[in-house]
Design a protein around this ligand. Structure first.
Ligand code: GDP
Length: 140
Protein backbone atom coordinates (compact mmCIF):
# COMPACT_ATOMS: atom_id res chain seq x y z
CA UNK A 1 0.00 0.00 0.00
CA UNK A 2 1.17 3.49 -0.81
CA UNK A 3 1.91 6.00 1.92
CA UNK A 4 0.01 9.17 1.08
CA UNK A 5 -0.66 12.58 2.55
CA UNK A 6 -4.09 14.12 2.63
CA UNK A 7 -5.55 17.39 3.88
CA UNK A 8 -8.18 17.70 6.61
CA UNK A 9 -10.12 20.55 8.21
CA UNK A 10 -11.91 20.35 11.55
CA UNK A 11 -14.74 22.78 10.78
CA UNK A 12 -16.17 25.61 12.94
CA UNK A 13 -19.16 23.57 14.21
CA UNK A 14 -16.68 21.10 15.71
CA UNK A 15 -14.17 23.59 17.18
CA UNK A 16 -17.12 25.46 18.74
CA UNK A 17 -18.19 22.25 20.52
CA UNK A 18 -14.61 21.50 21.64
CA UNK A 19 -14.38 18.36 19.49
CA UNK A 20 -10.84 18.86 18.11
CA UNK A 21 -9.42 16.09 20.30
CA UNK A 22 -12.31 13.67 19.78
CA UNK A 23 -12.11 14.04 15.99
CA UNK A 24 -8.33 13.79 15.93
CA UNK A 25 -8.61 10.58 17.99
CA UNK A 26 -10.94 9.08 15.35
CA UNK A 27 -8.44 9.99 12.62
CA UNK A 28 -5.59 8.41 14.57
CA UNK A 29 -7.65 5.29 15.31
CA UNK A 30 -8.19 4.99 11.54
CA UNK A 31 -4.41 4.71 11.10
CA UNK A 32 -3.76 8.30 10.08
CA UNK A 33 -0.88 10.30 11.56
CA UNK A 34 -1.14 14.07 12.09
CA UNK A 35 2.10 15.41 10.53
CA UNK A 36 1.01 19.07 10.57
CA UNK A 37 -1.73 20.92 12.45
CA UNK A 38 -2.71 24.51 13.15
CA UNK A 39 -5.76 26.34 14.42
CA UNK A 40 -6.61 29.34 12.24
CA UNK A 41 -9.38 31.82 11.55
CA UNK A 42 -9.93 31.74 7.78
CA UNK A 43 -10.57 35.01 5.96
CA UNK A 44 -13.45 35.25 3.48
CA UNK A 45 -10.91 35.48 0.64
CA UNK A 46 -9.14 32.34 1.81
CA UNK A 47 -12.40 30.38 2.13
CA UNK A 48 -13.60 31.55 -1.30
CA UNK A 49 -10.27 30.52 -2.80
CA UNK A 50 -10.24 27.16 -1.06
CA UNK A 51 -13.79 26.31 -2.15
CA UNK A 52 -13.36 27.87 -5.63
CA UNK A 53 -14.51 24.65 -7.34
CA UNK A 54 -17.91 25.08 -5.67
CA UNK A 55 -18.33 28.72 -6.75
CA UNK A 56 -21.30 27.93 -9.04
CA UNK A 57 -23.14 25.77 -6.51
CA UNK A 58 -26.20 27.30 -4.82
CA UNK A 59 -24.77 26.79 -1.34
CA UNK A 60 -21.42 28.48 -2.06
CA UNK A 61 -22.07 31.71 -0.10
CA UNK A 62 -23.58 29.86 2.85
CA UNK A 63 -20.63 27.47 2.89
CA UNK A 64 -18.06 30.29 2.89
CA UNK A 65 -19.95 32.16 5.63
CA UNK A 66 -20.06 28.96 7.70
CA UNK A 67 -16.36 28.23 7.22
CA UNK A 68 -15.38 31.68 8.54
CA UNK A 69 -17.90 31.62 11.42
CA UNK A 70 -15.22 30.44 13.86
CA UNK A 71 -11.77 28.90 14.05
CA UNK A 72 -10.86 25.76 12.11
CA UNK A 73 -8.02 23.28 12.55
CA UNK A 74 -6.18 22.50 9.31
CA UNK A 75 -4.17 19.29 9.29
CA UNK A 76 -1.99 17.15 7.07
CA UNK A 77 -2.62 13.44 7.62
CA UNK A 78 -0.23 10.70 6.56
CA UNK A 79 -0.76 6.95 6.20
CA UNK A 80 -1.42 4.01 3.88
CA UNK A 81 -4.01 5.11 1.31
CA UNK A 82 -4.55 8.24 3.42
CA UNK A 83 -6.94 9.95 0.97
CA UNK A 84 -9.40 7.04 0.83
CA UNK A 85 -8.96 6.09 4.47
CA UNK A 86 -9.77 9.63 5.60
CA UNK A 87 -12.86 9.78 3.34
CA UNK A 88 -13.96 6.48 4.88
CA UNK A 89 -13.65 7.61 8.50
CA UNK A 90 -15.28 10.99 7.65
CA UNK A 91 -18.48 9.39 6.32
CA UNK A 92 -20.99 10.73 3.80
CA UNK A 93 -21.39 14.50 3.26
CA UNK A 94 -24.89 14.39 4.72
CA UNK A 95 -24.67 12.90 8.24
CA UNK A 96 -28.10 11.34 7.72
CA UNK A 97 -26.46 9.08 5.12
CA UNK A 98 -23.19 8.45 6.99
CA UNK A 99 -22.28 4.98 8.24
CA UNK A 100 -22.21 4.19 11.95
CA UNK A 101 -18.86 4.93 13.59
CA UNK A 102 -17.88 7.66 11.12
CA UNK A 103 -16.98 11.17 12.27
CA UNK A 104 -19.93 12.76 10.50
CA UNK A 105 -22.40 10.20 11.88
CA UNK A 106 -21.15 10.80 15.43
CA UNK A 107 -20.55 14.53 15.37
CA UNK A 108 -21.99 16.39 12.36
CA UNK A 109 -24.91 18.77 12.85
CA UNK A 110 -26.13 19.03 9.22
CA UNK A 111 -25.12 18.60 5.57
CA UNK A 112 -23.34 21.97 5.82
CA UNK A 113 -22.05 21.91 9.41
CA UNK A 114 -20.58 18.45 8.93
CA UNK A 115 -17.53 18.77 11.20
CA UNK A 116 -14.74 17.79 8.78
CA UNK A 117 -13.33 18.36 5.32
CA UNK A 118 -11.10 15.81 3.58
CA UNK A 119 -9.43 15.89 0.17
CA UNK A 120 -11.25 13.80 -2.45
CA UNK A 121 -8.17 12.86 -4.51
CA UNK A 122 -4.39 12.72 -4.20
CA UNK A 123 -4.14 15.54 -6.72
CA UNK A 124 -6.46 17.81 -4.71
CA UNK A 125 -4.70 16.81 -1.49
CA UNK A 126 -1.44 18.28 -2.83
CA UNK A 127 -3.17 21.50 -3.91
CA UNK A 128 -4.99 21.87 -0.57
CA UNK A 129 -1.90 21.10 1.53
CA UNK A 130 0.06 23.74 -0.42
CA UNK A 131 -2.79 26.22 0.10
CA UNK A 132 -2.33 26.18 3.90
CA UNK A 133 1.13 24.81 4.72
CA UNK A 134 4.76 25.58 3.92
CA UNK A 135 6.90 22.45 3.43
CA UNK A 136 8.83 23.11 6.67
CA UNK A 137 5.58 23.08 8.69
CA UNK A 138 5.03 19.41 7.82
CA UNK A 139 7.08 17.01 9.90
CA UNK A 140 6.49 13.34 9.21
P1 GDP B 1 -17.49 16.62 0.89
O1 GDP B 1 -16.38 16.28 -0.08
O2 GDP B 1 -18.14 15.40 1.50
O3 GDP B 1 -17.09 17.63 1.94
O4 GDP B 1 -18.70 17.30 0.03
P2 GDP B 1 -18.73 18.36 -1.18
O5 GDP B 1 -17.35 18.55 -1.77
O6 GDP B 1 -19.83 17.95 -2.09
O7 GDP B 1 -19.20 19.72 -0.50
C1 GDP B 1 -18.29 20.54 0.21
C2 GDP B 1 -18.98 21.03 1.48
O8 GDP B 1 -20.07 21.88 1.13
C3 GDP B 1 -19.60 19.94 2.35
O9 GDP B 1 -18.70 19.31 3.20
C4 GDP B 1 -20.64 20.75 3.13
O10 GDP B 1 -20.03 21.47 4.22
C5 GDP B 1 -21.12 21.74 2.08
N1 GDP B 1 -22.32 21.25 1.36
C6 GDP B 1 -22.40 20.19 0.51
N2 GDP B 1 -23.64 20.04 0.04
C7 GDP B 1 -24.39 21.04 0.61
C8 GDP B 1 -25.74 21.46 0.52
O11 GDP B 1 -26.56 20.85 -0.20
N3 GDP B 1 -26.12 22.56 1.26
C9 GDP B 1 -25.23 23.24 2.05
N4 GDP B 1 -25.67 24.31 2.75
N5 GDP B 1 -23.94 22.89 2.16
C10 GDP B 1 -23.51 21.80 1.46
Amino acid sequence: MATERTFSIIKPDATRRNLTGAITAKLEEAGLRVVASKRIQMSREQAEGFYGVHRERPFFNDLVTFMISGPVVVQVLEGDNAVARNREVMGATNPANADAGTIRKEFAESIEANSVHGSDSLENAKIEIDFFFKPEEIVG
